[in-house]
Write a protein that binds this ligand. Sequence first.
Ligand SMILES: [Zn+2]
Length: 411
Amino acid sequence: MLSGVNRTGRWAIVLLVAGLASDVLAYSTTVKLSPWNASRPKRRMTTFIVLHTTEGPMKGSLEKVYRNGEAHYFIDQAGHVTVIMDRDRVATHAGRSLWNGLYDLDQYSVGVEVVGYYNRPITPAQVNALRGVIADLKRIYRVPDERILTHSMVAYGAPNRWHARSHRGRKRCGMLFARIPVRRQLGLKAEPAFDPDVRAGRVMNADPQLAGVLYGSGRNQNIGVSSAPVVGVVAGEGVIGPGCSAWDLARDAYNQASTTYVFPSGERKRGNEIRNWKSIPAGTRVILSPDAPENMTEGLYEVGEKPEAATVIAGREALTPTTIYCFPDGTTKGGHQLTPAEQLHLPTGTRILAGYVPGGAITRDRSAFNVCGGRWNLSTTLYRFPDGQFHAGNRVNEKRIPIGTQVFYCR
Ligand SMILES: [Zn+2]
């Protein structure tokens, strides 16, 4: 077929039109715009497409993505496409993200959510629909194939107890779309050869297994397609033990209310209730919820029952201006402003924001939009209300943010 295209220009036109027509007709759509759609700003540029897997079953995932405006397109297992957001508006699908020196991929990308799991095949109907959606988006935005990325490629985590630096591996989401046989089925002919931000030293690689699939020999493995229904086991669940930490199992959801820890004694705690991460016994079971919102408070930590050193919590970035300490007495400091005593003994209840820019306070003349522009309602933007509580940007009502609220946003 390709040689026919090359031999005569006339054939090329006929095949191109047929190709376009079949892509356009290859999938059915329903428009179900998120309540957030109208208030999200339009992107100034669209240079990437980011592919996701829901890591949970259809029903709860669609509801969650719709409720939070977390994707532009949602593809169920029958290959039906639901339009969640106008494709030109910002959807909060990538969270804390970085690609080739560019932060906050939500500002530059269309997000496509596919019902399935990062390490399992999707259905033939999903392959067809995703192929069609990608072809349409490529035509509209002129995105080259090597800029069609997976969420796991662009997500990065702030320094935490397990990683002294900003790191890849925060998500494995969409990993299967890095596999070359899968990409060929989706009509993609090129892929990124390496992680440009690991290579440039902006982030470290915290998940060698993931990197092996994204850029190593693992990406040649064909995992095929499957019409069989995918059984709803959430990827990453398991038991804490030697060489397997809470982070290994839960990633950025380790300290979230949506993650449940079942101790060997039978006692259960939610991630946000655990104060002493060192004392979690081996044999503790970790249960993840597929309904967890997209990394709402990634990089927000709290000092537990005992005072702790800044570097234990925020690693090598602990003493930089982008690590921010909110003390229980209401005062706030950047890492570079900590006294030597504070560096060693952060008091119990101190909240730490790793990898954030302090935007200052909301006043009568300074709205959230004045502080951080279109980022004001992103899930990664955090508001510290005068009562000390933190709220994510996608959960605040701009008209009801109290005067004196502090705003923090990701780079
Ligand atoms: Zn994702």
